[in-house]
Design a protein. Sequence first.
Length: 104
Amino acid sequence: MTAPAEATGGLCASGQGSRQGITACPNRQRGWAVLAARENRGWTLAECAHASGFSVRQIVEWEHGRRGLTIESLGRLARAYAMTREEVSAIVLGDAPQHTRAQE
């Protein structure tokens, strides 16, 4: 039996977790990619929350890898941040720098 998307550490493409069958699951590297996208714009958490319609707490949980990011939520963030395809890919693949200003 496959664990739900939120309980796994990788990208879940097994049909478990989201309505569309793919969920970006909690993962530290995915969180770094979300954080990097925000920091690249010079935005505070409050500015990101305002632009995206998500709460500051929700964004913090994604950035720290404590909560899964669904494809739907990623789409909203991508639109709010005006993300490039490369930035979206970095989040989905967990391909982000491992050191950001927030970790200092």
